[in-house]
Design a binder for this molecule. Structure first.
Ligand code: IMP
Ligand code: MG
Length: 168
């Protein structure tokens, strides 16, 4: 496996995230915002997005898994216990990428009776799932991307930009 050139630079990512952060700030003025980071993939966008939201938001983390190498196993599981009290809270799920929709469908269903409202931000979408995103950064082709939190076999997450992964 090798990665190709840059698909989105650090600057392009940051600019788009700042726009969405400003929109979220407007939309959640009178709400009790909880930003929920879906680990591990969203860790980098989560940090940048949170800094662009000018509200007293609570910060929470959840770990799910569905991917093995570059193929979705289709089976989504929650890692560890979930004991965050979301009663009366407006949860914004922060995810790296929407692919088949298995992960986010599972999470939305899991949270829906636990919170006042549940919305979804995903930095990228491959636009092939019926799941509705409330906020999204970029539509991409059906390719496997890495960097800026996204991995292949746990590597490339620390790249400050996003690249397409290609067969060697
Ligand atoms: P879904 O459940 O098929 O929508 O997959 C969502 C999860 O798979 C994301 O949270 C990512 O962790 C991972 N994933 C999907 N597509 C990619 C990709 O192109 N690069 C890296 N990870 C991906
Ligand atoms: Mg993920």
């Amino acid at each position: 496996m090798k990665k190709s050139g840059i698909l989105y630079s650090k600057e392009e990512l940051e600019q788009r995230i700042a726009q969405i952060g400003a929109q979220i700030t407007k939309d959640y003025q009178d709400k009790n915002l909880v930003l929920l980071c879906v680990l591990k993939g969203a860790f980098m966008v989560f940090s940048d997005l949170a800094k662009c939201i000018d509200l007293d938001a609570e910060i929470e983390f959840i770990t799910l898994s569905s991917y093995e190498f570059t193929k979705s196993s289709g089976k989504v599981t929650l890692k560890g216990e979930f004991n965050i009290d979301l009663e009366g809270k407006d949860v914004l799920i922060v995810e790296d990428i929407l692919d088949t929709g298995n992960t986010l469908s599972f999470l939305k269903e899991f949270l829906k009776d636990k919170a006042e409202s549940v919305k979804i931000f995903s930095l990228f979408t491959k636009d092939k799932s019926d799941l509705k995103l409330d906020y999204t950064g970029f539509k991409i082709d059906d390719e496997f991307i890495v960097g800026y939190g996204l991995d292949c076999d746990q590597k490339y997450r620390n790249l400050p930009y996003v690249a397409i992964l290609e067969e060697a």
